[in-house]
Unconditional design. Structure first.
Ligand code: PAF
Length: 282
């Protein structure tokens, strides 16, 4: 395991100088954008990038534009030194950690909005979210200009939004989705799992099982609306304080499912002050 300190750059000029040298030496470059508080899921993205590209940049930036006024921006876990050590161990070559003014200097006035696939589900619950994500990811992609960028399927709708953006804006960058990593009880790994107390953590493990049961019922021919509302009812019975949605949707467009097309089940639910999301192929 590589435990040497990871080089860190904090501005675009420094980032581009390193990437230019790698390219001159013939390397391919992968980017794994993160907001830090890294877990094994993030490190699997770094490993996928390393395997496919050879040189890997990880970005660490807690992006204020994707948090609403009453969300957890201030308490979002931050540990740059710990994250850098984990990244080095996973084979990352460079950490890009700009501060807020480097990313959004005074006078910054641009925002990237992706229609359609941004609109339902997370888009209804968190109207600011995808525009904040698309804006920062567009910047990270243009700053780094990697061959490929790697995102977890855990944030499935986010992955679709970023793929749509890269396609629409002719970005010559492959957007790669990587499978969700799960804890022993099936809970999807997430930086926000750190907010859960012991009782909430126990209940959180029920989410993936309830989604599996819903998939079974849907495959057995139970009507869609009944499957979704039954799953929401089971979540509340298990101890979730509020369910934002449980929805079975077209896996590419997030429109209502249609015969012969791949589907995905997606859910968001609250345990106290913590909002968890999960999704699976149907
Ligand atoms: O998934 C995340 O961690 C963030 O939304 C991302 C893609 C790094 C943009 O801030």
């Amino acid at each position: 395991m590589n435990s040497s300190p990871l080089p860190i750059v904090r501005d675009v000029a420094g980032l581009r100088a390193v990437v230019r040298d790698w390219r001159r030496a013939g390397a391919r470059v992968g980017l794994t954008p993160t907001m830090g508080a890294l877990h094994a899921g993030h490190l699997s993205l770094v490993r996928a990038a390393k395997e496919r590209c050879g040189k890997v940049v990880a970005s660490l930036f807690v992006n204020p534009r994707q948090f609403g006024p009453n969300e957890d921006f201030d308490r979002y876990p931050r540990d740059e030194a710990g994250d850098a050590a984990l990244l080095a161990g996973a084979g990352c070559d460079l950490l890009y950690a700009p501060d807020r003014t480097a990313m959004y200097p005074a006078g910054f006035a641009t925002s990237v909005t992706v229609a359609d696939v941004s609109a339902p589900l997370e888009g209804e619950m968190r109207p600011h979210f995808f525009s904040g994500v698309a804006t920062v990811v567009a910047k990270l992609l243009l700053q780094t200009m990697p061959d490929a960028a790697f995102f977890g399927e855990k944030d499935y709708q986010q992955l679709l939004v970023i793929q749509q953006m890269a396609r629409d804006l002719d970005m010559p960058i492959a957007i790669i989705g990587c499978p969700t990593l799960r804890e022993q009880d099936g809970l999807a790994m997430s930086s926000r799992n750190a907010y859960l107390n012991a009782e909430e953590r126990r209940i959180a493990g029920r989410l993936n099982h309830i989604l599996h049961d819903a998939i079974k019922a849907f495959r057995n021919g139970d009507p869609l609306v009944g499957v979704e509302s039954e799953a929401a009812r089971h979540l509340v019975a298990a101890g979730f304080s509020k369910v934002d949605y449980v929805a079975i949707r077209d896996a590419e467009t997030l429109a209502a499912p249609a015969a012969g097309r791949a589907c995905r089940i997606l859910a968001a639910a609250w345990l106290g002050k913590t909002r968890l999301i999960d999704n699976m192929a149907v």
